[in-house]
Design a protein. Structure first.
Lengths: 275, 365, 315
């Protein structure tokens, strides 16, 4: 099984190419489908190029899917939520990693608990709480809920990142006269920059992709995925149009993924493998 | 510049006592070396001064001030870490300047101080580089520079040379020593390497298992070790020990164990005599082949177990009887080979006697 | 990807304080609290407090508008009596085959077959294989709506090879028999790339000497797999198992988009039931109870899998 024979190498490439094709086929297919003339009731086969490239489907989808509004919501929510979540996680993670105070262990375990609580367990009371706060159908509902949802992981992640720093680094900063805040800002944050970036990227992905919360808490100020879901529901028979909408929603996260591949991989693989 | 005093200091980590009743007075400007094996408490003692650990009981004073409760930043000390602990994302300049910035020193002054320290350590050209671009030796200098720049009352160094290769270590050793003489700041230096300790320290504090075994200048610690541990730890190759029976015969002391037999003129016996059993100690450099020396005490007979060519001389491991082992230093071209019969003698005044129970030094014969 | 935290949690608890537990000279006493306060307050307000509230609500019958009536544990009892709920969990069990077991087996098999030869451009392939998981699942679900359409590529391909009679007239998602497996295949497609990458990385870490020793002992390829590869992947296996099983239990987005639980109730899942009862059918108390039950099941499953895998590691 470990021979380096020509056959083995060819097999490997064949297999991984086949798997990759399977992985991207639906995505490529949906792009192709979006370029077929809108309104055709017979579906594109996904193997052939459309007769003409119906780029206007994208304009139509953008308008009829009201994506201007939902993109705005998604962007605003992410723009507030990601920095807030990351900053809070960094600060709290730093404290857990470097300070001793009574009950820190208990409080940390409560955060860990948050990792296991699924949204479904709290969604019902949350709805009524948010309504009572008059925050239904607002950006704030999504921002607050998404931030608090990410905090458990974020705090854990940053604590682990800070714990990996050599103790002497912290001691040197103490001796040099830095306060805990200064040490965090000038020594530990630069040290943990890759981890922070990874957290930011993962948090952005979670925010952009968030559907369930958007569905429950927003109607008119809804996010892109929710907008797509209702768009799809309204135009079920117009496959090219809906496909255009899907591609539109996919583009931002795709771009972020391509640019920050390394961070994504690091987050998903080490988070899973190293725990 | 200040005097450092440990007064009855005890440090416990949970149940474990890392430092027991440690008292030491280090005058201003002294280069004091804490030396001992790992677990001896030397690093703990250092870290207590730094303020990186809390004192369990006792007092530590820097200058005339009791610093037990003070944060490191208020103690006016600087430390060089074993792994250098340079801030990885900052340039060398920023590393050196960091503590001064924390003290809100004006920009001009910071530059002056940093430049001065950089010149002293010859790292001026490295100021814009980051630590990962530097060699081990260069990083070590930056670590030193970071401490220098502070102009503290006390320098603390935690095995700063242990990550360097042997040649660099020797070179840097002398440099650090000269540096310290130049700036005359009280320095506490921790190492497990007794050669380092002997070459660098004004005084040496030998520690073992949390206890201060002996403190004194290098000559004293070498020539008058207070107990078996110090005698065996200081000096390389290490002193040989043997437990023998001792009997007084007139004004001669007879030492005998199995096949080993030695008679010594007893000029220096302690007033209350000698216990029935003593531990004798001999440094290899004071044990010579009977054929190579004169006026030696002995002879002692045995068989050569091993012969190590050290270049300049040869180290012979001699087995006397079935248990007593001695190391003897001989000329480089000695004909002795493993298995040969060996007879050796000891320089007069170099036979150490220790109490077998307390391990304290009794006398030197 | 949002299931990642569950895995992290299941391994996190043991990681304790290797740092000293005493206060250092001059260190301000209470400052730690200041640092964690904002995060903890937010977290408590929107995660812990609602959890307690949820437990409270679950003990009532409530339609969201009129006053609630106390029913004690009746809502929880429904777990055993209501066919709705039972079929919901039955469906996720079936989905687990597609979301968890099959991708794992495929991933293991492929990783074993591809063995340990370095593939040039692995980063590129990795990117492609991760895409299904990274792209918003609403988007990928829409893509599969097209695939599963009665006139979509799956159907046209089958027709082209003469198997057209298999194609349901209402499309694969509209037929009672094919809807759930269709969702399953969607999930399998989503997960298999991740499994493959994880196992490939894990296989690379197995020392070559182990394989050589097995070869010398006369093991054939199959033997090698069970004796060296599989044990060597124990850790990755555990992680992937927890991730995918928990992920399946919480499935919602694709059900909503692909089938809305239908046709009929053939693709309902617990999370969907929670949503529907809370926001469509006015069974708020029951929804809350279902949410709590789901959480407990996730706890139990995570614990169970970890226990099982760790026990296996000791043999």
């Amino acid at each position: 099984m470990t021979t380096n024979s020509r056959a083995q190498i060819t097999l490997n490439y064949a297999l991984i190419i086949a798997c990759s094709l399977i992985a991207i086929y639906p995505l490529v297919g949906v792009v192709l489908a979006s370029l077929y003339p809108s309104g055709t009731s017979s579906s594109p086969s996904g193997f052939a190029l459309p007769p003409t490239f119906a780029w206007h489907n994208y304009v139509a989808a953008w308008d009829q899917g009201k994506f201007a509004a939902s993109f705005t919501t998604s962007i605003i929510v992410a723009a507030v939520m990601v920095p807030a979540s990351v900053v809070l996680s960094v600060v709290a993670g730093y404290a857990f990693a470097t300070m001793h105070f009574r009950g820190s262990k208990v409080i940390f375990y409560l955060f860990i608990l948050g990792l296991i609580i699924p949204t479904e367990a709290t969604i019902v009371p949350l709805f009524y709480d948010v309504r009572a706060l008059h925050l239904l159908d607002t950006y704030w509902a999504l921002i607050l809920l998404e931030v608090s949802g990410e905090l458990a992981f974020g705090v854990f992640w940053m604590r682990a990142a800070f714990l990996s720093a050599p103790p002497s680094l912290l001691e040197a900063a103490r001796i040099d006269g830095a306060s805990s805040w200064q040490t965090m800002r000038k020594v530990m944050v630069p040290f943990a920059r890759p981890a922070i970036l990874t957290l930011a990227v993962l948090t952005f992905a979670d925010s952009w992709n968030e559907f369930f919360l958007a569905l429950v808490f927003t109607v008119s100020h809804t996010t892109a995925p929710a907008g797509l879901a209702s768009f799809s529901g309204r135009y079920t028979t117009n496959i090219p149009l809906v496909s255009a909408g899907a591609v539109i929603v996919a583009v931002p996260i795709l771009i972020v993924f391509i640019i920050f591949q390394r961070e994504f991989m690091r987050g998903m693989l080490t988070g899973a493998v190293k725990g | 510049m200040a005097r450092v005093v440990y007064d009855g200091v005890v440090k416990r980590f949970g149940e474990v006592a890392a430092l027991r009743d440690f008292s030491l007075d280090i005058p201003d400007g002294e280069f004091m070396v804490f030396v001992g094996p790992s677990g001896s408490g030397k690093t703990t003692a250092l870290r207590l001064i730094a303020g990186l650990e809390t004192v369990t009981s006792g007092e530590i004073r820097v200058g005339e001030q009791v610093v037990n409760r003070l944060a490191p930043r208020d103690r006016d000390i600087a430390m060089v870490f074993q792994d250098y602990a340079l801030y990885p994302q900052m340039t060398v300049f920023q590393n050196l300047a960091f503590s001064l910035k924390m003290r809100k020193m004006p920009r001009q002054e910071i530059e002056r101080h940093v430049q001065h320290a950089a010149d002293m350590l010859d790292i001026g050209k490295l100021l814009q580089r980051k630590p990962r671009e530097l060699s081990g030796g260069q990083r070590q200098r930056v670590a030193l520079g970071r401490a220098l720049v502070r102009e503290p009352k006390v320098f603390l160094m935690d095995e700063p040379l242990s990550n360097l290769d042997a040649k660099l270590r020797v070179q840097t050793r002398t440099e650090i020593k000269h540096l310290q003489e130049e700036i005359a700041t009280t320095t506490i230096y921790v190492t497990h390497d007794q050669v380092e300790a002997m070459t660098m320290g004004d005084r040496v504090a030998v520690m073992n298992d949390g206890v201060l075994e002996q403190v004194g200048d290098t000559r004293t610690v070498y020539e008058h070790p207070a107990n078996v541990f110090v005698a065996g730890f200081i000096g390389s190759p290490a002193m040989s020990f043997a437990t023998v029976g001792a009997t007084m015969r007139g004004d001669q002391l007879e030492l005998r164990q199995g096949a080993l037999s030695l008679t010594v003129a007893s000029t220096q016996l302690p007033a209350d005599g000698v216990p029935a059993e003593v531990v004798v100690g001999v440094r290899p450099e004071h044990a010579h082949l009977w054929s190579e020396g004169e006026g030696l005490v002995g002879p002692v007979s045995g068989r050569a177990e091993y012969v190590e060519m050290l270049g300049r001389e040869t180290l012979i491991g001699v087995l006397c009887g079935d248990q007593q082992r001695f190391s003897v230093l001989a000329d480089a071209d000695t004909p002795v080979r493993p298995g040969h019969e060996v007879r050796f003698g000891i320089d007069p005044g170099r036979l150490y006697l220790f109490d077998p129970l307390t391990e304290q030094a009794l006398t030197v014969l | 990807m949002s299931e990642l935290p569950a895995v992290v949690a299941s391994r996190a608890v043991a990681d304790g304080g290797r740092r000293r537990r005493e206060r250092l000279p001059g260190e301000p006493r209470r400052i730690g609290y200041l640092y964690i306060a904002p995060a903890f307050l937010l977290f408590a307000a929107f995660n812990l407090v609602p959890l307690v509230q949820g437990i409270n609500v679950s003990l009532y019958n409530w339609d969201g508008i009129s006053p609630a009536t106390w029913v004690g544990f009746a809502n929880y009892g429904e777990f055993f009596t209501s066919p709705d709920i039972r079929s919901g969990y039955l469906h996720v069990l079936i989905l687990m085959i597609f979301y968890s077991f099959l991708p794992i087996i495929i991933g293991l098999f492929l990783a074993a077959v591809m063995s340990r030869i370095r593939i040039r451009g692995l980063t590129f392939f990795r990117m492609l294989l991760f895409l299904p998981l990274v792209i918003t699942d609403v988007v990928t679900a829409v893509a599969w709506i097209w695939i599963y359409d009665a006139t979509g590529p799956l159907s046209t391909t089958l027709k082209a090879v003469g198997l057209g009679h298999f194609v349901p007239s209402a499309g694969w998602l509209g037929d009672f028999n094919t809807a759930l497996p269709a969702v399953g295949v969607f999930g399998m497609w989503g997960q298999f790339g991740f499994c493959l990458i994880l196992f490939l990385a894990g296989v690379m870490k197995i020392p070559a000497t182990l394989y050589e020793a097995a070869r010398v002992d006369g093991a054939n390829a199959v033997r090698e797999f069970f004796a060296v590869t599989l044990p060597g992947l124990r850790y990755e296996l555990q992680v992937v198992l927890v991730l995918t099983v928990i992920g399946t239990l919480g499935t919602f987005d694709e059900i909503y988009v692909l089938t809305a639980g239908g046709p009929g109730t053939s693709t309902t899942v617990p999370a969907y039931l929670v949503w529907r009862r809370a926001f469509q059918t006015g069974q708020v108390g029951s929804a809350a109870a279902l949410g709590i039950i789901l959480m407990l099941i996730i706890f139990a499953v995570t614990y169970g899998i970890n226990r099982l895998m760790e026990r296996g590691a000791e043999t």
